[in-house]
Design a protein around this ligand. Structure first.
Ligand code: FAD
Length: 492
């Protein structure tokens, strides 16, 4: 970063003509940050050509597990670092919140838990706060996060006004919507750390109310549910309830809920889903609920949506014994990573004579007018439930080159995270390939945080190989960082 001024520029995603103020870092913070950037640049330069580059991060929300490298950190290995990777710990804090401008400058590896706490102190929050506490701002921008404000506010990268990036070729550049590095600014989302690492990001914030008033609407068919999503997209409300937040849970084709949340200054009662009650079960009734804004943001984290179930934590007896501080998504993910390393579940399954299971852990976006079809396909071919639904629309008037969502189109994100039995004679990847093919047939797209099975040609046709090749050449011509296909499909 040069000087103390970051951000500014004119991000087209904020609407034509919107000029965001430049954010000044306090001088001491700016000096410390610049020293940390210089140190990072030096340690990056010291990594020999051909050696794998990994971030030494404590947490990860990737679902591509690979064997820990001798010098790897948490960058997708899912395992403990056996030797330090690239030390990015200096970039895991909020550098500055400017409540007047409603902007923040944030280290790239700052978790949303820390970021939300820092901004909620000013009654502000990022425009999109992904549901899992240890997702980081840099991870959500380079890996495309989503949440229940995404119908109003788009995706996390669409409220970024400046990205300070350590590029693959070792430079540190500030990319904004205009100027010399505008191509990198637009191509960074969905690049998964293969063009460079964001060391700081300047983001917009929005004002919050102390509470969220939830209403859970029940539907007995996917078609009825998607009609309601269309109504919310058009009117910003459902049945007179303002849709500041909207997501949904499908327990089956005839039991789907849309949860519509409105900011509220008052709460006649407040529910608590960090104790004995479980949030996802609450959407089945009663029909109305109130949460503090902080509890709302982390409503899914306590039980990792519903994925805490296999650990027994949803059993009332075990839940009472399980310490509250361990009811968190990062704890469950660490347990899954341990299992993947040691194959405990697979061994147990085989010893019991059960068919092998395939992990089907994906998020996909389908255009609203094909979304009911997707749910019917998924129920018939994969048959896993519940499924998370989250409507979204790009905030930007322009598409983002590396991810094929179209401006002005309403999509529904479907999230499904679990395992299913493989039919006899089918190999691992069977269900995931079916999902990839159906997503393509319905004009949708698939996030890349988990496993992918695309051929290289199909992959580049979906994720804009030509634009990626130009960016890779401009910012990492020597290929010090992995390529996107190698990283996301080959798991390198
Ligand atoms: C069960 C489950 C549910 C999920 N639900 C949601 C959800 O509801 N909403 C949502 O938004 N996401 C969700 N995700 C996906 C998650 O947002 C992505 O995996 C995200 O990329 C994780 O970010 P992280 O900060 O944990 O980064 P990591 O897991 O540490 O890294 C992710 C990738 O980003 C790269 N990276 C990390 N930091 C940076 C940086 N500063 N600059 C450049 N590259 C970087 C890494 O190299 C890596 O390739 C879910 C994932 C799972 C498994």
């Amino acid at each position: 970063m040069t000087g103390t001024a970051v951000g500014g520029g004119r991000p087209d995603q904020a609407g034509p003509g919107t000029v965001r103020p430049v954010v000044q870092l306090p001088p001491a913070v700016a000096a410390e940050h610049q020293a940390a950037v210089a140190a990072l640049r030096e340690s990056y330069a010291a990594i020999p050509a051909g050696a794998p580059v990994r971030l030494a991060k404590r947490t990860s929300n990737l679902f591509r597990f690979r064997d820990p490298l001798p010098r790897s950190g948490a960058d997708g290995s899912g395992g403990p670092a056996t030797a330090p990777g690239l030390d990015v710990s200096a970039f895991s804090r909020v550098l500055h919140v400017d409540p007047q401008a409603r902007m923040a400058v944030v280290g790239g590896m700052t978790t949303y838990e820390d970021l939300a706490d820092a901004t909620l102190r000013h009654d502000l929050m990022p425009l999109v706060v992904p549901q899992l506490k240890t997702i980081t701002l840099g991870g959500a921008v380079t890996g495309l996060g989503i949440e229940s404000t995404s119908l109003r506010n788009g995706l996390p990268h669409e409220s970024v006004t400046a990205l300070e990036i350590l590029t693959g070729d070792g430079r540190v550049v500030t990319a904004t919507a205009e100027g010399e590095h505008a191509d990198l600014f637009r191509g960074f989302p969905n690049s998964y750390g293969t063009l460079g690492y964001a060391v700081s990001l300047t983001i917009e914030l929005e004002p919050v109310a102390p509470f969220v008033h939830l209403r859970h609407f029940a539907f007995t068919s996917p078609e009825a549910c998607m009609d309601a999503v269309g109504q919310i997209a058009a009117e910003g409300s459902l049945d007179g309830h303002r849709a500041d937040f909207v997501d949904g849970t499908a327990f089956g084709l005839d039991e789907i809920y849309l949860t519509v949340g409105a900011y509220s200054d008052v709460a006649p009662w407040r529910s608590d889903y960090t104790g004995q009650h479980i949030y996802y079960q609450s959407v089945r009734g009663p029909r109305e609920d109130f949460l503090t804004i902080r509890d709302y943001l982390w409503r899914w984290d306590t039980d990792w949506f519903w994925c805490s179930r296999p650990f027994g934590v949803q059993n009332p007896v075990i839940r009472r014994l399980w310490p509250r501080r361990y009811r968190r998504s990062d704890v469950y993910r660490a347990l899954v990573a341990f299992d993947r390393r040691h194959g405990l579940f697979d061994t147990l399954n085989a010893n019991r004579g059960r068919p092998p299971r395939e992990a089907v852990i994906q998020d996909v976006e389908i255009p609203l007018d094909r979304s009911a079809e997707f749910l019917r396909f998924f129920a018939a071919e994969v048959g896993m439930s519940p499924v998370w639904l989250c409507p979204l629309q790009l905030r930007s008037h322009n598409a983002w080159p590396l991810y094929p969502l179209k401006p002005g189109v309403t999509y529904v994100n479907f999230g499904f995270w679990g395992t299913v039995s493989l039919p006899p004679g089918r190999a691992d990847g069977y269900h995931n390939r079916l999902v990839e093919a159906e997503v393509a047939a319905l004009g949708g797209s698939k996030g890349l945080y988990s496993t992918s099975f695309y051929s290289e040609d199909d992959f580049w046709a979906v994720y804009n190989g030509a634009a990626y090749a130009r960016l890779k050449h401009a910012y990492d011509a020597g290929g010090k960082l992995s390529g996107l296909y190698d990283k996301c499909v080959r798991g390198r």
